[in-house]
Design a protein around this ligand. Structure first.
Ligand SMILES: [Zn+2]
Length: 269
C-alpha cells in the first residue's frame, strides 16, 4: 500500500481554459434528522438525503468533487459495524457502484482524473477515493487535514482510512484557492474545521457546490446554518459560511447547489 503524503498546494492545474461541463452524481442516500441539516429543525423528522458528488470536466482531464461512501466498508457487516456507530444513521447505497457507473456514463476515464477535491472528510464524502488511481492528488483544506490527522474518527463520522490509506498525495489549501481555471475552493468552514465549497465557472453560468455548508435549499433561502458542527465552537463559523454562500447567489449568473437536498433538481434521478 502506498503511503498517503501531504504537501502544500502550489499552482492551479493546467487542464484547459475553463470547465466545459459539470456532471452531477448521486451516489447514495442517508437518513438525516432535519435538526442536523438546519438549526432549529425537528430532531424527529428524518429526511432521506442524497449523497452527492460531481465531476468537473476540462479539455484535458477532470476533477472529482467528493465521492460518497466506501462501498467495501458499507457492504461488509464487520467493517460496517467498526466504522458506523451513531444512532439512527445508516448508509443507503443503490445496487452496483453508482460512482463508477456515473463516471463511465459521463464518458470519463479514471486515468484522466487530475484531482480529487474533498469538501471535508466525513465518510459520506471520502469513500470515492477507493476508485482513484494510487498517488492521485487530493485537495483539502489544511485545517481539515489537521483535524483528520489529529484523530477524528468514528465519533466524528470520519473513516480515516478512506484518505489515510489511499496512497493519495494530499495538497493542503489555505482558504480560497484557484484549483484550475474557473474552479475555486471557497473557505466555508464550520460544519467541520476545514470544510470547503467549490465555485465552478461553466460557459453558461457559475455553479457553487456548497457541500455540507448548505445541506438544503432552506439553509440558503432562510440564511440558517447547519444544525450540527464537529466542534461546538464552530457554530458561528458555520453561520458565516451560509451567509457567504447566500451572498454569492445574489451575483448574476451564480447558482448555489445545496449538498444534500432531496428536492434539488440536479440531484433527482
Ligand atoms: Zn458532512
Amino acid at each position: 500500500m502506498t503511503e498517503t503524503t501531504a504537501a502544500d498546494w502550489s499552482a492551479p492545474l493546467d487542464l484547459g481554459a475553463g470547465p466545459v461541463r459539470l456532471v452531477p452524481l448521486v451516489v447514495g442516500y442517508e437518513p438525516i434528522p432535519e435538526s442536523i441539516s438546519i438549526r432549529g429543525g425537528d430532531p424527529a423528522r428524518f429526511l432521506l438525503e442524497p449523497v452527492t458528488a460531481a465531476a468537473i470536466v476540462y479539455e484535458r482531464g477532470w476533477v472529482l468533487v467528493d465521492g460518497g461512501f466506501n462501498l467495501d466498508l458499507v457492504r461488509d457487516p464487520v467493517a460496517r459495524a467498526a466504522h458506523y456507530d451513531y444512532e439512527g444513521y445508516t448508509a443507503v447505497v443503490p445496487p452496483g457502484d453508482a460512482l463508477a457507473e456515473g463516471i463511465a456514463a459521463a464518458g470519463l476515464d479514471w486515468s484522466a482524473l487530475a484531482l480529487v477535491a474533498l469538501s471535508h472528510v466525513h465518510l459520506d464524502h471520502t469513500g470515492g477515493l477507493r476508485l482513484a488511481p494510487a498517488g492521485v492528488a487530493v485537495a483539502l483544506q489544511r485545517r481539515e487535514w489537521a483535524w483528520l490527522v489529529g484523530g477524528a474518527g468514528r465519533a466524528e463520522t470520519v473513516v480515516p482510512g478512506d484518505l489515510l490509506a489511499s496512497g493519495a498525495t494530499v495538497l493542503l489549501l489555505d482558504g480560497d484557492v484557484e484549483l484550475a481555471p474557473g474552479l475555486r475552493a471557497l473557505d466555508t468552514r464550520g460544519h467541520t474545521p476545514g470544510h470547503q465549497s467549490f465555485s465552478v465557472a461553466l460557459p453558461e453560468r457559475t455553479v457553487v457546490l456548497a457541500a455540507d455548508a448548505a445541506d438544503l435549499r432552506r439553509n440558503l433561502d432562510e440564511r440558517v446554518a447547519c444544525g450540527w458542527t464537529a466542534r461546538p465552537e464552530d457554530a458561528a463559523a458555520a453561520q458565516r459560511a451560509i451567509e457567504r454562500l447566500a451572498d454569492l447567489e445574489r451575483e448574476p449568473g451564480v447558482e448555489v447547489w445545496p449538498g444534500h437536498d432531496p428536492d434539488w433538481p440536479a440531484w433527482r434521478r
